[in-house]
Design a protein around this ligand. Structure first.
Ligand code: MG
Ligand code: FE
Length: 194
């Protein structure tokens, strides 16, 4: 297996790593690829539940809500792309659709937290979740490369870019979100929470 460079779509020195496969024994990278794609699909189900709950609850932070709705659209597109990869690798659509369950309930719980500082906690949870996705797609991209599945690798690199963009937006917006929350709650305003 040839070495390749893994690029995260971010500037800076940490954004590339050279991977070498020559001395790594891999019994069946395709099996791991399918497993990890399924994990990614379940993760995107959870993302959908979380983003839907957040978008429906946010009332007074319209730019945050708009970005969450945009990422919800991206997330649905990511699910379709992952389905196409899994189908191409021989997983039946009915099996794919069955991969939901309690993980979705967890996403709903995270997205619908009834806390007094809900907008702040939601932004923090969203930022953490995007990094879970970044880590997951990084491993899927390596597995796709190892399995020689260039189409899955290309698709997951495309999805990874969306997750990185969302994480960067959330972090860039977090100071303003926290400051707005603090100012509003100090004034006893009822539009502070969400
Ligand atoms: Mg995603
Ligand atoms: Fe995401």
């Amino acid at each position: 297996m040839r070495a390749f460079r893994l690029h995260w779509p971010e500037p800076g020195r940490a954004g590339r790593t050279r991977l070498r496969f020559r001395e790594v024994h891999m019994a069946n990278p395709s099996e791991h690829l399918v497993d990890w794609l399924r994990d990614a699909y379940a993760m995107e189900q959870q993302a959908e539940a979380m983003l839907r709950a957040q978008a429906s609850r946010l009332e007074n932070y319209p730019d945050v809500r708009t970005r969450i709705e945009q990422h919800l659209d991206e997330t649905l597109g990511q699910q379709a792309l992952l389905e196409s990869c899994l189908t191409r690798l021989g997983t039946s659509p009915s099996l794919i659709k069955g991969m939901t369950g309690e993980i979705v309930a967890f996403g709903q719980a995270v997205g619908g937290m009834a806390m007094s500082d809900e907008v702040v906690k939601g932004s923090m949870s969203g930022y953490v979740f995007e990094h879970t996705e970044i880590a997951a797609y990084t491993t899927v991209i390596v597995a796709a490369h190892a399995a020689g599945d260039l189409e899955t690798r290309r698709i997951c690199e495309q999805i990874l870019s969306q997750e990185v963009e969302m994480s960067r937006w959330l972090l860039a917006r977090l100071p303003d979100t926290a400051a707005a929350y603090l100012a509003r709650s100090a004034d006893g305003r009822d539009d502070a929470k969400r």
